[in-house]
Design a protein. Structure first.
Length: 124
């Protein structure tokens, strides 16, 4: 590992306690931290050590600028879409209110008593 992450002493103490409690007698787990017993390498295991290509983790200024401009563009598009959704919602609410008022003014019913009748309509 390239980076070693520290652990708290009580986590290490708990790990050692569990290792001692559950390890087999011949596994040497308390000494080397490994539950497996040692085995000699045989010919059936064709083990080779391969080195990987070095990884370049450096970030260039151009990549940072590109990420910042992309993030800014996405934030602007998100804000514009939210304003459009809000405007459309307000428009639909106002339109709905105007339709309800025009229906209420033409009939003798009040807006509070406005109900939808799904039954058979009586003919006078």
């Amino acid at each position: 590992m390239k980076t070693v992450y520290p652990i708290k002493p009580y986590h290490f103490a708990y790990y050692k306690k569990m290792l001692d409690a559950f390890s087999a007698d011949k596994s040497f787990a308390p000494e080397n931290g490994n539950y497996r017993k040692e085995r000699k390498a045989s010919t059936e295991h064709n083990l080779k050590l391969l080195k990987s290509a070095p990884v370049s983790e450096a970030v260039t200024d151009d990549e940072v600028d590109s990420a910042q401009s992309t993030s800014l563009a996405m934030i602007i598009l998100f804000c514009i879409s939210m304003f459009l959704v809000l405007g459309l919602t307000v428009y639909v609410c106002i339109l709905h209110d105007q339709v309800k008022q025009s229906e209420g003014a033409g009939s003798s019913k009040r807006l509070e008593d406005d109900k939808v009748d799904h039954g058979v309509m009586a003919v006078p």
